[in-house]
Design a protein around this ligand. Sequence first.
Ligand SMILES: NC(=O)c1ccc[n+]([C@@H]2O[C@H](COP(=O)([O-])OP(=O)(O)OC[C@H]3O[C@@H](n4cnc5c(N)ncnc54)[C@H](OP(=O)(O)O)[C@@H]3O)[C@@H](O)[C@H]2O)c1
Length: 289
Amino acid sequence: MTLTAQLLDGKALAQKMQAELAEQVRVLQVQRGRPPGLAVLMVGDNPASAAYVRNKERACTNVGIASFGKHFPADTTQTELEAVIQSLNQDDRVDGILVQLPLPDHLNAVALLNQILPEKDADGLHPTNLGRLVRGEAGLRSCTPAGVMRLLQEYEIDPKGKQAVVIGRSILVGKPQALLLLEANATVTIAHSKTPDLGAIARTADILIVAVGRPLLITAEQVKPGAVVVDVGMNRILDETGKGRLVGDVDFNSVQSVASFLTPVPGGVGPMTVTMLLQNTVQSYLQRG
Ligand SMILES: NC(=O)c1ccc[n+]([C@@H]2O[C@H](COP(=O)([O-])OP(=O)(O)OC[C@H]3O[C@@H](n4cnc5c(N)ncnc54)[C@H](OP(=O)(O)O)[C@@H]3O)[C@@H](O)[C@H]2O)c1
């Protein structure tokens, strides 16, 4: 097999989109007298979450979105957080609210997410926005799957009529991803931990999206020659020297010789997720008037 995949460069597309958003925000805030605002709420000290939150806040600064983020100690109660969300719901300077997951065990994440006003639901995870996605209505879309769709579009990969396989069925990624592919007229299969013979299912895919959280889960033998492979996974592993490294769910080295297009990790889906969060915040800002 001599085919070598073309990279789906999420980092480059994210930079381009963020520059466009910055220009849009620069013009709009003069007209409207205020910038868009995003509140990222973080509870506890999970180092990976802290890094994601820093990334999101840095990206906000780059495009001119005001940050109203708050960092709470690990023992913050459900009632305290609900009160914070209620006050952000009322705050006219805030267009988007995001609760960084995972939360400490004593907190009920679903109940908290449900408190966010659907029109400020920057992560697109509120039942109203997920319901709109199921119904094919306009609404705020989950950032990671929306970022994957935007990346496919950039490389003129049209899912229409294609066999798409999504591995993973979480509310955060797998399920909304499958619905977005369906909306784009792909024929969609969803695989998960109870799927027997994952390889046989994966090999049917013209477009394979892997969102599991297991390093090297997908190797070249499980990929149809010429398939488009999108690796959503983000796994921190220790390399031979004991240094931490970020890898996806796909064995990049073997799959790049079989796939036609492939996302790198890092530099693929991750930067797109952050960019779609910024885009959702600007969309809410425009719609809220
Ligand atoms: N790049 C980004 O911006 C971004 C954003 C979000 C998440 N992620 C990464 O994406 C990955 C998935 O995230 P998530 O939140 O969706 O994770 P999750 O909630 O843990 O869901 C993982 C899914 O994978 C399935 N699964 C587990 N083991 C499997 C196996 N051996 N074979 C097939 N399916 C298997 C699970 O099946 P069951 O439902 O049967 O348990 C579940 O549906 C993680 O690495 C996460 O860090 C990246």
